[in-house]
Design a protein around this ligand. Structure first.
Ligand code: NAP
Length: 306
């Protein structure tokens, strides 16, 4: 039987981490790059590299742009949240009926936008705690062991191809509670990341702002409860404090984005949460104030605030 190719949309950090491990396991993988000049840059490089535990290996994974002819049955979307919908729109005409789309984006909002755009496809949401970064173009460093939870918010059976992830050494579990997981991760992010940007500090230094973190957690718990996510609210404050301690020496992803002059995913994190609070009539003045300060901070640095 012919194996279905994995089309990977976005050969950045996570996309490359998935693509190289799938290719290493002998599975058919195709990279979909942004435009012909990115394709030319990739061809000049001769493949995608993965550095893991000091070892570096290069995989000559075939690449194409959005306008290739090959139908797409399984698509892994590995763009940033703000790029996901336009990127999927560019390949929508190539999706087969019954296509499956895995969405790796952090935060919430982009997944529903993609699902609404391609109702013929089955959208599988992924929550990943793996860590990767690009040390150069088309070269990824596997920086943090983690885990991937996959699930279908419309429910339905786990897909057959999960065994391909096992074979590729991609740690994962199918869950019927993917939305709980994504909301919980979103809340943790909202409690920590914006404050690290506003205070210009590492995660651990938030221990000096424990009162502010606690007050934020109180509001986050109320939002989660009022928008139908009570599971994600259980023990939130304790977990936030544990994460701050366990990752004390780290700079948050949002801090790093801002420090490096990159666009943040604010609309899909704090922005999504404040929108959900407004829709459910939940008063979150502290979160709204932090969002406004963050937007001002980003604008002051010439970065997009959406
Ligand atoms: P990234 O390194 O910036 O990679 C995103 C990639 O998407 C880039 O290679 C970009 O292309 C590509 N892209 C954007 N629009 C495209 C289009 N229309 N067609 C084709 N490619 C397109 O981002 P990332 O760190 O992998 O993050 C991806 C998502 O995973 C984010 O939501 C992030 O929050 C989440 N996440 C990341 C990590 C991590 O450790 N990195 C961990 C957990 C979750 P160019 O190279 O041409 O710019």
């Amino acid at each position: 039987m012919k194996t279905t190719p994995w089309h990977i949309l976005g050969a950045g950090s996570l996309g490359s981490l998935w693509a190289t491990r799938l290719a290493r396991a002998g599975l058919p993988v195709r990279l979909i790059l942004r435009n012909p000049s990115r394709l030319a840059a990739y061809s000049a490089k001769g493949g995608l590299s993965l550095s893991e535990q000091g070892e570096r290996a290069t995989f000559a994974i075939p690449a194409q742009t959005f306008d290739a002819q090959e139908p797409i049955q399984r698509l892994l979307v590995a763009c940033k949240a703000y790029d996901a919908e336009p990127a999927v729109a560019s390949v929508a005409s190539r999706l087969t009926s019954g296509a499956e789309i895995l969405l790796l984006q952090n935060g919430l909002g982009s997944q529903d936008a993609v699902a609404a755009l391609v109702p013929q496809a089955r959208c599988i949401f992924v929550s990943s705690t793996e860590g990767a970064f690009r040390d150069e173009d088309f070269s990824v460093v596997f920086a943090g062991q983690g885990f991937n939870w996959l699930g279908d918010p419309q429910q339905g059976d786990p897909p057959q191809w999960l065994n391909e992830l096992t074979g590729a050494g991609i740690p994962h579990q199918w869950t019927s509670e993917i939305l709980d997981r994504l909301w919980r991760k979103l809340a943790l992010n909202c409690a920590i990341n914006p404050l690290t940007v506003l205070h210009g500090c590492r995660n651990g230094e938030l221990q000096a702002h424990a009162e502010e973190v606690r007050a934020l957690c109180d509001e986050l718990v109320r939002v989660l409860q009022s928008c139908g996510q009570p599971q994600a609210a259980i023990g939130l404050q304790e977990e936030v404090m544990r994460v701050i301690e366990a990752t004390a020496a780290n700079y948050s992803s949002m801090y790093q984005d801002v420090a490096q002059g990159r666009r943040t995913e604010i609309s899909y994190l704090l922005g999504h949460l404040c929108k959900a609070a407004a829709l459910s009539g939940c008063d979150v003045r502290l979160l709204n104030r932090i969002r406004t300060r963050l937007i001002d901070h980003l604008s002051g640095k010439g970065l997009p605030s959406n």
